[in-house]
Design a protein around this ligand. Structure first.
Ligand code: WTA
Length: 588
């Protein structure tokens, strides 16, 4: 769909008033200097995100409005967040957690996730997050590679950690969240005591025992602060490390793109297992002092509208699949709610089709503003801004402080409207600082002086960037980044499967779905029941969101002479496309 540019009549004064002049005059050096508030040019991102608010005029302002899956409600001020995370920081110290040690959060979106993230980073340890949908294999890969010393989880999820504990020699302690104590602790500091399983301690017992005063670790801006595992085409997931100064770019981008202001109630629908939930729930947006809503329940259009209405959400950051699902539920449903509090909408994670941008106007009288970034970039790099006209379907223009370009194989810029590799000039504050324990993987991101995103794009004559597609086999399903190798490994561990090839198949609602082509062991009869059994197996073994929605049984898979399964061929077959060069092909 080709649509006309949207020229907006804004009902508010945007933080970024003039894109061109801000872009031209922008300098991160000065901002980093301002944000390194400790002597000797030191900082701590948890201090920037939380404590500085707790120490100032925002101390009694609500930092977090939380609504649980069963409708439970909690509120935490910046001061409470600061004190709770101090207690956890002290508890970790008493467990001998030192600077640079890894502490992982295997949690649904509970308030303790936010408390823990802050507590870990305050003592200079590295906080890692894991989706609660992960099964034992996904957990083992990540906890083993990271060498996590402590894991924070819930009683329900604990059983999955227990299954793999024997393979995690570096894991020393598990902190269990006892949610029956949440309300009591906040109101009376009175706990219901129960015995914790072996090697486990109760979260709230730790908070009760430890002091609420903590000397925050003063860190170099380039010291590691948090890590996320993400997928590439080959190999196991990579541990992307971000440093303390990431918050500098996350805060400025939240100011420019999300347009966060003092009285905003901000809702980001992302899970902190994903980089968006860290950069724009815990860090950038809190650094600006926004009150944030977190909803731990599942997606439901009626519930989502109800939340916007009840909490009077003003700025809403979500993902294209969610927008398309809301659109499918009809604008008339949206009209049943009072959603007038909304003033600015943004979206990230996968291509935002023009129809989805326009649907925002139909349902909320506001367009969705697309923006583009990656786990590795630590923050937004290309975006649409409130003050700039939107060309529906375009990702927008580079953030102030970011140089983006479209280049050919030799790293040279191509002409406007010509497709090429999307690259960035290294050195912005939130650029990942390493891949954990895999230095060669890190080096591969850089070529001809550019950081290579792995995406293809073109830039039009007005400097707007347009997404074309991935340059590799990485799958994006409902915004989640899934590595085909991880799914293939899970499939071949199934007793009835010999080989598997996995691709992303275009899907109008979810962007892509995961499709697997598998060959079965001799004598195994293909059937619909077996497909379902395989799907359930991957769901449990790997992750709830990474199972193949479609499975096709094959006699053979296309392979190169060296035996590598050619996903490119499988994709071409699926889409009915030309197979391209098949000279190196062994079988099909
Ligand atoms: C894709 C997400 C099109 C892209 C924060 C990128 C997008 C990958 C957009 C990173 C967008 C992200 N339009 N594609 N606005 N935003 N992508 O690491 O392929 O989960 O490389 O981080 O998502 O995914 P990740």
């Amino acid at each position: 769909m080709k649509t006309k540019p949207i020229i907006k009549k804004l009902k508010f004064i945007p933080n970024l008033k003039n894109y061109s002049s801000t872009y031209k005059n922008f300098d991160y050096k000065k901002i980093i200097k301002e944000m390194t508030v400790f002597p000797g040019g030191k900082m701590n991102l948890a201090h920037t995100a939380c404590d500085q608010n707790a120490m100032g005029y925002r101390k009694n302002k609500v930092a977090l409005y939380w609504e649980g899956e069963e409708g439970q409600e909690m509120k935490y001020t910046f001061l409470e967040m600061s004190q709770l995370s101090n207690r956890l920081g002290n508890a970790l110290k008493s467990m001998e957690v030192k600077k640079g040690d890894r502490v992982f959060l295997f949690l649904p979106r509970v308030p303790e996730l936010f408390v823990s993230f802050l507590g870990i980073t305050k003592i200079g340890a590295i906080a890692g997050t894991l989706f609660s949908a992960f099964g034992p294999q996904a957990l083992e890969d990540r906890l083993q590679n990271s060498g996590a010393k402590v894991v924070v989880t819930t009683r329900e999820l604990y059983s999955r950690v227990l299954k793999i504990k024997k393979n995690l020699p570096e894991l020393k302690k598990i902190i269990l969240i006892d949610d029956w104590n949440r309300v009591n602790f906040m109101e009376e500091r009175k706990l219901t005591k129960k015995k914790a399983p072996k090697d486990c301690v109760w979260f709230y017992e730790l908070l009760e025992k430890n002091k609420q005063y903590l000397r925050v670790a003063q860190m170099k801006p380039t010291d590691p602060a948090f890590m996320l595992y993400t997928s590439g085409t080959t190999g196991k997931p990579k541990g992307v490390i971000h440093h303390h100064q990431a918050i500098v770019h996350e805060m400025k981008s939240a100011e420019f793109v999300l347009d966060i202001k003092e009285d905003d109630v901000y809702w980001c629908t992302a899970d902190p297992g994903w980089v968006t939930g860290i950069a724009y729930e815990i860090l950038g947006t809190w650094a600006l002092g926004a009150s944030m809503l977190v909803y731990a329940g599942r997606f439901s259009p009626a519930k989502w509208y109800d939340l916007i209405q009840e909490y009077r959400v003003t700025v809403w950051y979500t993902a294209p699949t969610a927008v398309r699902m809301l659109a499918a539920s009809g604008a008339s449903l949206a009209k049943k709610y009072n959603l007038k509090s909304l003033r600015h909408l943004a979206s990230v994670g996968e291509p935002l089709n023009p129809e989805a941008v326009m649907w925002g106007i139909k349902a909320f009288k506001l367009p969705f503003h697309d923006n583009y970034w990656q786990t590795e970039t630590g923050g937004m790099v290309i975006a649409n801004y409130p003050s700039m006209k939107i060309k529906p379907g375009s990702m927008g223009k580079p953030l102030p402080g970011i140089v983006a370009e479209v280049v050919n194989d030799k790293g040279k810029s191509v002409k406007p409207n010509v497709e090429g590799a999307l690259v960035l000039k290294p050195g912005w504050p939130s650029m990942m600082s390493k891949i954990w324990r895999r230095p060669n993987k890190y080096k591969k991101y850089f070529e001809h002086g550019w950081y290579i995103t792995g995406d293809r794009a073109y830039k039009d004559s007005e400097g707007y960037f347009w997404f074309v597609g991935r340059d590799d086999d990485v799958i994006k399903t409902a915004g989640e980044r899934v590595g085909p190798f991880e799914v293939e490994s899970a499939l071949v561990s199934h007793p009835k499967i010999i080989e598997a090839g996995v691709i992303g198949k275009p899907d109008p609602m979810r962007g892509e779905i995961i499709k697997a082509f598998v060959t079965l062991k001799k004598g195994v009869r293909p059937s619909e029941a077996l497909k379902e059994q395989i799907q359930q197996y991957v769901k449990k073994f790997l992750a709830g969101h990474a199972y193949p929605k479609e499975i096709e049984f094959m006699d053979n898979l296309p392979k190169t002479r060296s035996g590598k399964i050619m996903r490119r061929m499988l994709k071409a077959k699926e889409l009915g496309l030309d197979m391209g060069d098949t000279s190196t092909l062994e079988v099909f």
